[in-house]
Design a protein around this ligand. Structure first.
Ligand code: SF4
Length: 376
């Protein structure tokens, strides 16, 4: 995958002297810089622009799961928005009032919010990821943010960081003190779907090669078959991708694999049609789910999940496989159990972290726990 360097930086005055802007300028010497008081919405879409704003919202949020389906208790670390990989199905396309790549320049405030949260929530285990509103590594060659957050998580006793990407921009991960607290995760699809629906992303071979390299650097891995897309040769396509996955990496490094069939809000359909005319994804048959999203019929979803989970279990029967936002009956039909039978989805994923990464949920703070740790 070729790194696409932004050619124009627009920064808000409040972050004009931030370390992030300084790093961007150093790594993008050709890019022009414009400083403005406030970046409004509707500046026009351009993959060549990166905006650096003074973010006033919450950096740490609960994943917007839904009460209607099993939710995994994940937390999102919000570092920026939008993504120029521009996958046909991407939900971010609906955020058209904010179309450009946007980074939050006040990273010092992000770290203080994150430290505050972790010191006030010392019990349990926190699974935190950055790849919800953008790709975790897309701009990392220019921002170097992983060189700050990966070592930060290495010092947290009960938190793990998941970086989710469709790139192979892993150079900044080399030589970092990750302490075994970072999971690097890729979403996977058959090559044919990647070429048609995610053409600007890293190829599946590039992603698997990057995963192999990360495992050799001691990172843990995760994979997300999400969105699973219905097409004529889906069984051979997904089957081959799974074979290639286990040829590339040892399952002992994989903390979890999630499965989620294509789903989208009805509003996205005309946007996909207009912006991605060669995409076929909107021409399937869909029903509206409890969360109002359009999904494939339940039997089709259950068939996908059952098939993919079976192929994964052939490689490693113990590997943690979970469904993203599905109901108990789909879990039972496709995986043979539902999360409640194993204590709930969040504890299931916590156990996967404990088993693979050796990081257990904290259950007892013990004597003197209110004193700050040396590492904080
Ligand atoms: S890589 Fe992820 S965030 Fe980027 S366009 Fe594709 S789906 Fe959206």
């Amino acid at each position: 995958m070729i790194v696409r360097a932004p050619r124009r930086i627009i920064a808000e005055t409040a972050v004009a002297h931030s370390a992030l802007l300084e790093t961007l300028r150093k790594n993008l010497p050709e890019a022009s810089l414009q400083v403005v008081d406030r970046i409004g919405d509707g500046w026009g879409r351009s993959p060549d622009v990166v905006e650096v704003v003074d973010f006033r919202g919450k950096f740490l949020k609960s994943c917007p799961g839904t009460r209607c389906y099993n939710c995994c208790g994940y937390k999102i670390l919000h570092l920026g928005t939008q993504c120029s990989i521009d996958c046909a199905y991407c939900i971010l396309q609906a955020y058209l009032n904010q179309p450009n790549l946007r980074l939050f320049g006040n990273l010092d405030e992000m770290f203080s919010e994150l430290s505050g949260f972790l010191s006030q929530n010392r019990l349990g285990l926190h699974r935190i990821g950055t790849g919800e509103f953008t790709d975790s590594l897309l701009l990392d060659p220019f921002t170097g943010i992983t060189r700050l957050i990966v070592p930060f998580f290495a010092k947290t006793p009960n938190a793990v960081l998941e970086l989710k990407t469709k790139t192979n921009f892993i150079e900044n991960l080399e030589g970092l003190d990750h302490g075994g607290h970072t999971i690097v995760a890729w979403s996977l699809n058959p090559e044919e779907i990647q070429r048609r629906e995610e053409p600007l992303s890293a190829t599946i071979s590039e992603r698997l090669e990057a995963a192999r390299w990360c495992a050799a650097q001691g990172y843990f891995l995760a994979f997300h078959f999400d969105p699973i897309i219905d097409y004529a040769r889906w069984q051979s396509g997904y089957g081959q991708t799974i074979e290639r996955l286990f040829e590339a990496v040892d399952p002992s490094r994989i903390v979890w694999i999630s499965l989620g069939a294509l789903r989208f809000m009805p509003d996205l359909k005309p946007i996909i049609k207009a912006r991605h005319p060669s995409s076929r994804i909107i021409y399937g048959e869909f029903i509206r789910g409890l969360d109002s999203k359009l999904r494939y019929f339940r039997d089709i979803r259950a068939e996908f999940y059952g098939f993919i989970a079976d192929r994964i279990r052939r490689a490693d029967p113990e590997l943690c496989v979970y469904l993203c936002m599905e109901s108990d009956d789909i879990w039972r039909d496709s995986l043979g159990f539902c999360p409640d039978e194993r204590g709930g989805l969040a504890p299931m994923l916590d156990r996967a972290v404990e088993k693979k990464m050796g990081i257990a949920p904290v259950t007892d703070l013990g004597f003197g726990a209110d004193k700050p740790r040396a590492s904080e």
